[in-house]
Design a protein around this ligand. Sequence first.
Ligand code: ZN
Ligand code: FE
Length: 260
Amino acid sequence: MALGDTTAIHQFSCLDDNFGVLIHDSESGTTVAVDVPEASAYASALEETGWTLTHILITHHHWDHVEGLGDLKTSTGATVIGPARSRMKIPEIDRTVEDGDTVHCGPYKIDAISTPGHTLDQISWHLPDIGVAHTGDTLFSLGCGRVFEGDMEMMWSSLSKLLRKLPDETRIYCGHEYTADNAKFALTIEPDNAELQKRAAEVEDLRAAGKSTLPTSMKLEKATNPFLRAGEASVAAALGMDGKNAEEVFAEIRTRKDNA
Ligand code: ZN
Ligand code: FE
């Protein structure tokens, strides 16, 4: 059986607007968590699914991604894999990765893609064999993370890297349910983008029904996410920035969002 057929993914809310994610392979019994905002939410999710946690991947050092890590590691004994850059900040890390490293968790081959900007340590995790990625606080649906530790150039270069490395069909998971707010902002940048209008309406329906808007796909984000679209001539034109390069357009969009 193909790995995709034996894989199940469980996503659930943590804290106010963070996500917990569990990736499970029924054949090997491998279960991988990405980030631990809250240990109790993970404990409930593991009990509900009956899965035994084997690995924890960390995207970055912010408290809302590692707050529950110590407790979850203690209660499960799972192996923690995280950014080398944050080894000192996250004492629970057993194994560190740098850009381009590949780790194996049971049957899963997982690529570490360094995507700094929001923080310097940020890693996006890519599981190419099942077409799944977790982009932490770098890429959100219809948005991107605030640029805290890096600069605009770094963040644009990280988003460009995701554009290059993640195929269109990739299902994208991320750190936060910010999509409804992001949709409102995105429409101020590209009010006439029909795909964006459609996605914004869908997001409104999903949220009204109490459902999550994630995962999204790279294909959908390429068509609708203004931050990924900074290189499109139509976006530069909409901002009165004809002839400016993608990085300058990205910086303008990010600055507008920061001040929105
Ligand atoms: Zn963060
Ligand atoms: Fe966060």
